[in-house]
Design a protein around this ligand. Sequence first.
Ligand code: MG
Length: 399
Amino acid sequence: MKITDLKCAIIGGQPTIRLATNEGLSGYGQIEWFKPFIKSHVLLLKEKVVGEDPRNVEQVMLKIRSWGGFKPWGSAVSGIEMALWDLAGKAAGLPLYRLLGGKIRDRVRVYVSGSRSDLHTSYEITPDKISKHLEAAVADSAGFSIIKYGIGFHSPMPFELAGFFMGDARPGPPHLNQGMLTEQGFQHCLNCVEAMVDTLDGKAHLALDCGPGWALSDAIRFGRALEKYPILWLEDLLTGDRSSHVGVAEYKELTQATTTPIHTGEQIYLRQGFRDLIANRAIRIIGPDPMDVGGLAELKWIAEYAQLFGVQIAPHGVFNGVLGMAAMVQVSATLPDNLIAFEYCKPPTEWWPDIVDGMPDNLVVDGHIEVWDSPGIGATLNEEKTKPYLQPEDQDFFN
Ligand SMILES: [Mg+2]
């Protein structure tokens, strides 16, 4: 089997990769849906994969892995890796989990960021509004057992609350802001967490997405102040989402200073990027995103390495789309017992699930997704149903 073409279309905002072969099979990969600009990066790699046998996944990856980097530049390589595994599975007539060593669980726990219906960026910033938002998330029929909420520099607090921190708020994504909190800002964060804990009242576990951007001293104080609460993790306090580096020494100091579990890693590319964080036990929980870290097999390798050091894993993936979610189920079924849960992937549009074949209708039940047995990533694009949604420049996506 040979790869004959590589295509990338922006479907409902979601960059979607198709690898075509000389045997008529197609393999699909996806990239976070706020990264349409990655399309040109994906297409740069076409000449490197055409002519290769997609079933030799690693052999192809050796040709393209150096073309990736920290988020967002790991996306193209990661999305192509997903499409290679999809083809390898389809060619063998086996679900991907069988190719990755077999499953060790029949259902996989997922966590939800904010709530299923709201975008993860629409975080509320006052205790009463947060409580209302969380009540809706808890009432969701999917029964999510872990809910993650944004706070501090991972929320609009820096520019919507006057005097929140010592700097002047920059407009744009909250990630652009960083610095020491004022006492008022720090207490506001504590008040919000107290409201979250009261609202959840033990009905779901609480994780907090915090930054990056906290001063190390504030991060230590925050972790310690929350030790009285059942917080599952504090994510990206120091570096993380959109950082171009890993603060291993800083994370080690933070992790050792508090019993509240510290989490990071969604921006990191490749196992090498995680090595020092894990081997130094600088972190309690890692959150690689398979569509940024270098792919599904890369995620599995990192999970196994982390387990050697007593580090847990809760993979990121909120924007990875419907096909991305199918792939997450497949790889998560094979991860060792340090897996906590992976992040539920919110479809970029309401109709996206309708153009995909092979997925169960009622995907999340009791906060878990049952592992199903379709070849490859377990789902595939329905050509006829997808065509109406192709943009003019992507009309040749299935050709
Ligand atoms: Mg995050």
